[in-house]
Ligand binder design. Structure first.
Ligand code: C5P
Length: 677
């Protein structure tokens, strides 16, 4: 997850590959409970791992269900409608509403001696309407705290199921879902009728419940949205194996990605066109705009079809959340797109009609809006503007506008507060970057070169953190190479140049945070010593070794960008980088910093010899024939002798920022300012 203040997405050229989306929360907990109530074992795949599902799994274990978890697959051996245990059980439900409601109904029907409680907030969430409905049919439920709220005690029921059971539909559709899932426990001999009192809200969620019940052998008869009948003789039957669908609204961004981006197509794993979630109808809308979509059970394949996309006019009442994605696709269309019947956008996480209009206009688009509609005009090449997209703490605004990075003008797009995607998809940007491709050289790279102990590493890694960029400590590669060479019995002299270079080509090095691993072994302390630095300096004079490490260093340039520190980042390895900093500090200052660093780590050190050592190392680095240490011609010099780390970080970020403002094209190296388009 990116928890930076903003995330700059460089211009994206294409996308291809497969993405597996996180499972839907509502489906996960329904499937767990139904698997527990039926007989036999159900293999559940792609279960969402979240607080709510963990609570449910714990409760099922307490009830005596066989539960085996393996990654995102879980096998549940059900109770067959009968409890095997008779002792009292106390369940802790945390704050998991999707576990509390349906479990209350199921336990009340099964009967026993149960206590259900949760965190303080759970005890403030009303459950009275469900309890009333359950009491109506003879369940024994007592409030242990405040009337109408958990904690609850559940006893043995005396079921009366002949009259229709009333349940309120206008508070939470979860009450109706809870009853629908529990009542088949008692429908062997008689049919059971539920009557909804008041207007039923969130109908798509009831559709999900009905659909899952059907997969577990229960065919509920529905008369409008007012009466639901569970026919006599209904019995839960395990489907054997079931896949939890991925969240269909999350899929919309990747469907749009496939429709917009050039490439071999996007495969979305985890949700298919036969999905039981309402938002899957986004597929039809995307097809209207030109996407080529094929699908099978649990997968979708999306390719670019018509290009540009086609402007459409659509009533979006049935796909309110996913329809926001259409608004961004509209920027790439051949004519205006009007989305109608979207009044609900105004009362979501933010006023989404206003948000989509304001932010699209920042990109240069013409947008008209009304109380319940929005029209977005296409944004032709040459008219896109660099914009910082405000995201209003709304995950969908952030995900939608990431797709603007495919603009034909190759302008990067800034997404503010990128962590807001965590609400439904914490790793959204990682997933996007895993599929997206860029023009060669288009990944932004900031180079920080300079002499030993100038503070490059600290500065580079802090700037990387602030920008959400990757970080390359190239010095560590030379240190590891020297270390590996010595381990292999080689000397660091020119006569072993070939052998060391060979070793460097396939160096099994990996960075894990601050740790450096060689073949999985932590060599951090071994290579970070002064001796390690000297050894690195020796191997770094060998031309073949430097060449051998080039590809490895280039491979660090990945989306969304890279901070690279070393001696020749700006002069040789990333010579096209848009920002190069040459960091210096007086020898006295550097020796002193290194001294403090070593002492604080418990090493013994002498200031004088440290200074002599680093001056010797600098001399070698500056005088060597290949890639000598020197500022690149276009490097900006930063003397940090009298600056704090934060001041240096701010200086580099300011330089970067002013480049972004004055010459957004310059941030990616393959096009320089003034280059014809
Ligand atoms: O930056 P650090 O002190 O870890 O680098 C160790 C040595 O590796 C340097 O003194 C230099 O000789 C070599 N080096 C290099 N080119 C780089 C990075 C480090 O030659 N890009």
């Amino acid at each position: 997850m990116y928890s930076t203040a903003f995330l700059d997405i460089p211009p994206l050229a294409g996308a291809a590959g497969a993405v597996t989306l996180p499972g839907s929360k509502s489906i996960s907990n329904r499937v767990l409970l139904l698997s527990a109530l039926c007989s036999g074992t159900t293999e559940i795949h792609d279960l969402l791992d979240s607080d709510d599902t963990r609570v449910m799994l714990a409760a099922l274990r307490q009830l005596g269900c066989g539960v085996q978890v393996q990654g995102t697959s879980v096998s549940v051996t059900g109770l067959g409608g009968q409890l095997t245990k008779s002792e009292p059980i106390e369940f802790f439900m945390g704050n998991a509403g999707t576990a509390m409601r349906p479990l209350t109904a199921a336990l009340a029907m099964l009967g026993g001696d149960f206590i259900l409680k949760g965190v303080a907030r759970m005890h403030e969430r009303p459950i009275g309407d469900l309890v009333d409905a359950l009491r109506e049919l003879g369940c024994r439920i007592d409030y242990l705290g405040n009337e109408g709220f958990p904690p609850l005690h559940i006893g043995q029921p005396d079921l009366k199921l002949d009259a229709p059971i009333p349940v309120r539909g206008d508070v939470s559709s979860q009450f109706l879902t809870a009853l629908l899932m529990a009542l088949p426990l008692a429908s062997q001999e008689r049919s059971i009728t539920i009557e909804v009192v008041g207007e039923l809200i969130s109908k798509p969620y009831i559709e999900i419940t009905l659909n899952l019940l059907q997969r577990y052998g229960i065919q509920v008869e529905r008369q409008g949205w007012q009466r639901f009948v569970i026919p006599a003789g209904s019995r839960y039957q395990s489907p054997g194996t079931i896949h939890v669908e991925a969240d269909a609204s999350s899929a919309s961004y990747f469907i749009a990605l496939g429709a917009i981006a050039q490439g071999a197509g996007i495969r979305v794993q985890g949700v298919g066109a036969d999905s039981i979630q309402g938002d899957i109808r986004f597929v039809d809308a995307a097809q209207l705009m030109g996407a080529k979509v094929t699908s099978g059970p649990n997968w979708l394949n999306i390719e670019r079809g018509s290009w540009p996309l086609k402007g459409i006019e659509l009533d979006c009442n049935h796909i309110p959340d996913a329809a926001m994605t259409l608004a961004v696709m509209a920027l790439y269309a051949d004519g205006p797109t009007t989305l109608r019947n979207i009044a609900s956008w105004r009362v979501k996480e933010t006023d989404r009609i206003a948000a989509m209009a304001i932010e699209s206009r920042k990109l240069g688009a013409r947008v008209e809006e009304g109380p319940d509609w929005i029209t977005i005009h296409p944004l032709p090449a040459g008219q896109w503007k660099a914009a910082s997209i405000h995201t209003y703490d709304d995950h969908r605004v952030a995900m939608c506008f990431s797709l603007a990075a495919f603009n034909p003008d190759e302008i990067s797009v800034r997404i503010e507060d990128p962590k807001c995607v965590a609400k439904t998809f914490p790793d959204y940007f990682e997933a996007l970057f895993g599929l997206a491709t860029v023009q060669p050289g288009a990944i932004p790279v900031i180079c920080i070169d300079g002499p030993t102990a100038s503070g490059k590493g600290t500065l580079a890694s802090r700037v990387a953190e602030r920008l959400g960029y990757h970080y390359l400590d190239s010095g560590a590669l030379y240190r590891v190479t020297a270390y590996a060479a010595l381990q292999a019995g080689l000397s660091l002299e020119p006569q072993h140049e070939g052998a060391i270079a060979k070793l460097a080509t396939t160096l099994p090095v990996r960075f894990a945070g601050e740790q450096v691993l060689l073949s999985g072994v932590d060599v951090t302390d071994a290579i970070r010593s002064e001796e390690g630095g000297m050894n690195a300096s020796k191997v770094s004079t060998l031309a073949a070794v430097r060449t051998a490490l080039v590809a490895l260093q280039h491979s660090f340039a990945r989306l969304p960008g890279l901070l690279a520190d070393g001696r020749d980042m700006g002069t040789v390895i990333f010579a096209q980088a848009p920002l190069k900093v040459f960091l210096t500090a007086s020898a006295a200052q550097r020796a002193e910093r290194r001294y403090k660093q070593l002492i604080s780590k418990g090493f013994s050190a002498k200031l004088d010899s440290l200074r002599a050592d680093l001056e010797a190392r600098d001399a070698r680095d500056m005088s060597r024939n290949v890639a000598p240490l020197k500022p690149a011609q276009d490097a900006l010099q930063l003397d940090n002798s009298h600056l704090s780390i934060e001041q240096s970080v701010d200086q580099v970020l300011n330089w970067w920022q002013s480049k972004a403002q004055t010459a957004p094209f310059a941030l990616h190296a393959h096009r320089r300012p003034g280059t014809p388009t």
